[in-house]
Design a protein around this ligand. Structure first.
Ligand SMILES: CC(C)(COP(=O)(O)OP(=O)(O)OC[C@H]1O[C@@H](n2cnc3c(N)ncnc32)[C@H](O)[C@@H]1OP(=O)(O)O)[C@@H](O)C(=O)NCCC(=O)NCCS
Length: 186
């Protein structure tokens, strides 16, 4: 585990077009549009979908505070021409267990071009080499085929179905857990 990562926010340049960077307050409108898009919203809890710019700012402040408070790292996905097109990051660095939980979403205009696979590969390398974590996990709704395929593509293994694991929009639902283990840590 390497807590020195909190000295400077780690920007990751993944291609000429895609840069992973810290979220900014000026991203509020883009973030609101992405999370409330009818293709994205079914996979996001209602209470996380901003209904206003003010609510989007609250979400951005929360994601920024993860790094500021040395809890975790959450990036905005910046497209050179289009600005913020998604987010990807780790909500929860369980430091005692040295594991992370990953989350992500992308503006549907950019779906199925390999962008999220590239972002996940970038932040997995960062987590394993720089943060030196043992394990990354992801929890997805059972219906989220795009997310399952994306996680499998970048090396996650499906580890099982957790029954009634999450309260999602008022109902207790099953989720699929995916895991990826760092073979280079003890
Ligand atoms: C999941 C998501 C981020 C995928 O992003 P993406 O950039 O389109 O993913 P990629 O282009 O890297 O695709 C990765 C793999 O998944 C497959 N895939 C992606 N979207 C798919 C879809 N809608 N239907 C079927 N397969 C899909 C791709 O074909 C690719 O596999 P392949 O290389 O074998 O063809 C995007 O669909 C999304 O934002 N969904 C809504 C939010 C969400 O579900 N977040 C995750 C919550 S756990």
């Amino acid at each position: 585990m390497n807590l020195n990562i909190f000295n400077h926010f780690p920007e990751l340049k993944l291609s000429d077009e895609i840069l992973l960077r810290e979220l900014k307050h000026t991203d509020a409108n883009s973030l609101k549009n992405i999370l409330s898009d009818p293709k994205v919203a079914p996979f996001i809890p209602n209470d996380v979908i901003p209904q206003s710019i003010t609510q989007a700012l609250v979400e951005i402040n929360f994601l920024r505070s993860l790094f500021k408070n040395k809890k975790s790292v959450y990036w905005g996905i910046n497209h050179a021409e289009h600005g913020l097109i998604g987010t990807v990051g780790y909500e929860n660095w369980q430091m005692y267990h040295n594991r992370l939980e990953v989350a992500f979403e992308l503006n549907p205009i950019f779906w199925q071009r390999g962008i999220m696979s590239m972002c996940l590969r970038g932040i997995i390398e960062y987590a394993f080499e720089e943060m030196q974590v043992n394990r990354i996990e992801a929890y997805t709704l059972t219906t989220n085929e795009a997310s399952h395929k994306t996680l499998l593509k970048v090396g996650f293994k499906e580890e099982g179905r957790l029954k009634k694991y999450r309260k999602f929009n008022g109902e207790f639902v099953d989720v699929i857990i995916f895991g990826l283990v760092n073979e280079n840590t003890e």
